[in-house]
Design a binder for this molecule. Structure first.
Ligand SMILES: C[S@@+](CC[C@H](N)C(=O)[O-])C[C@H]1O[C@@H](n2cnc3c(N)ncnc32)[C@H](O)[C@@H]1O
Length: 475
């Protein structure tokens, strides 16, 4: 096959980088790439959806799988629906699944959770529940980060073109954000254009305007804008917060001053909450409520339990459980989020919750010493999941139940497998669609400790050595 003509059917042998193939996409891989298969060989195709027939250019070829980029849509899937979100004529880079009918998005996401747990984790015998569909399929994001750039000599404020750090497409109306959040972004763009303030150019390391972060209190109607710039003088911008960044880290965190309302006010799961700009908050408020409800259900609290909320952010999961628990202890690495969590407890008159700033890697043992052994542990780590060492710290806590809120099934899977090896059973998994039109998947998993002396009834695991699997890193 390596000597095949430049364009051909799926290879019988390993294709070469740069080779063009005609392939039929039969499923969707975690991360959103289309999957084409033939004779045991798998090609992951970016920019193609299930049911599409595409011409794809191989970008990487391995023994059992290859990666490719769709370069021509030869025969679109009959399932495709009209795309809705465009910027400057280009489909929205933040909504790569928008041509896939919503029901199909849900189907593939649930399959991906199942596939990750079985193939990466080698797990079996768990109940995979129905996926909980999103309340809003569009205009659900409560936070969006935009970049300033230049196109045809004009300043634009929008999104990076997929895979291009140097190309920004201007956004007028992003259908992932509310109308109010779009208006706030456009107001800042108009101000920048009016005063002819130059965008920051990463190549030349010159210019001023870098990013705009727009957050929204979905239940309060508050819009909070944070402008990120290089150090420079300019007329007062119409924003709440101003962050100044020197150098070229590419991030948006830095010394921040207030020009308007400093804190974001929100309501979730019956709590009134506030947060500082540096604290994490789930990007889909309505669906975070569903995730928290699933976590509370899986925790099975009766009123007396000691709960550890690890990776607690501004404390929301633990605080929603506090009324049904004996006590709640939160641990989180961002100190500002811990200050927010404490204030949120006080604001909601919750007296049985305590929060500690620290990393999960070094903070669990001191927490265990101070609080005593927990009955329930809630884990809600970033996408990288837990390192093996942190899982060992969690195992040392000997909790009866572990509720794992995961935004990445490919890192949940090895973490769950390690817990199962240590005597837990993975019993229930509920996928929740927090991110319609995108390949991201959230799920809540319940791991229960097998009763002492019943170790032999624990789950068996059989870890696959499939080289095409991404096991992810570990925080
Ligand atoms: C997915 S968020 C979950 C936050 C919170 N549970 C919620 O529902 O909003 C993950 C949180 O873990 C924190 N974090 C990241 N690495 C950490 C670590 N090594 N130790 C403790 N917390 C960490 C982040 O700052 C973030 O607040």
């Amino acid at each position: 096959m390596t000597d095949s003509p430049a364009t051909g059917e799926m290879p019988a042998a390993r294709p070469r980088r740069g080779e063009l193939l005609e392939v039929e996409i039969d499923s969707l891989a975690y991360g959103g790439r289309g999957v084409a298969r033939a004779e045991g060989y798998v090609v992951f195709v970016s920019g193609a959806l299930p049911g599409d027939r595409v011409r794809a250019e191989i970008t990487k070829a391995k023994r059992r799988f290859a990666e490719a980029q769709a370069v021509e849509l030869l025969n679109p899937s009959a399932d495709r629906v009209a795309e809705r979100c465009f910027h400057d004529g280009e489909p929205c880079p933040g909504a790569p699944l928008q041509a896939l009918p919503y029901e199909r998005q849900l189907f593939h996401k649930r399959e991906q959770v199942d596939d990750a747990l079985r193939r990466i984790g080698g797990l079996d015998g768990f109940e995979l529940e129905e996926i909980e569909p999103a309340v809003e399929q569009w205009r659900y994001r409560n936070k969006l980060e935009y970049s300033f750039g230049e196109r045809d000599g004009e300043l634009v404020l929008g999104s990076h073109v997929r895979g291009r750090w140097d190309l920004i497409v201007g956004v007028e109306d992003c259908h992932l954000a509310s109308e109010a959040a779009n208006a706030a972004r456009n107001q800042v763009r108009d101000w920048a254009q009016l005063h002819a303030i130059p965008p920051y150019d990463r190549r030349k390391r010159s210019g001023v305007l870098r990013n705009l972060v727009v957050r929204e209190g979905r239940r309060t109607g508050q819009i909070q804008t944070r402008l990120v710039t290089s150090p420079a003088g300019f007329p007062k911008p119409p924003v709440d917060l101003h962050t100044v960044i020197e150098g070229d880290s590419g991030g948006t965190d830095g010394p921040t001053g207030a020009l308007g309302e400093e804190r974001l006010h929100e309501a979730i799961s019956g709590l009134r909450i506030e947060m500082s700009h540096s604290a994490f908050f789930q990007t889909n408020t309505e669906m975070a409520e569903r995730v928290y409800a699933a976590a509370a259900e899986f925790a099975g609290l009766t009123g007396n339990e000691r709960v550890f909320d690890l990776y607690c952010g501004i404390g929301t999961i633990g605080l929603t459980m506090a009324a049904h628990a004996g006590e709640v202890w939160g641990l989180e690495i961002v100190p500002e989020a811990i200050v927010d969590a404490e204030a949120n407890a006080e604001r909601n008159e919750i007296a049985n919750a305590r929060f500690m700033a620290g990393s999960a890697r070094t903070g669990v043992r001191p927490l265990l010493e101070e609080a005593g052994k927990p009955d329930v542990i809630v884990l809600d780590p970033p996408r990288a999941g837990l390192s093996q060492k942190i899982v060992r710290r969690v195992i040392e806590c000997e909790a009866k139940r572990i509720v794992y809120v995961s935004c990445n099934p490919t890192t949940l899977a090895p973490n769950a497998a390690q817990l199962v090896e240590a005597g837990y059973r993975l019993t229930r998994v509920r996928p929740v669609d927090m991110f319609p039109q995108t390949p991201h998947i959230e799920c809540v998993a319940l791991l229960e400790k097998a009763a002492p002396g019943r170790g032999s009834e624990g789950q068996s695991i059989s870890v696959s050595s499939d080289p095409s699997e991404n096991r992810g890193g570990g925080a």
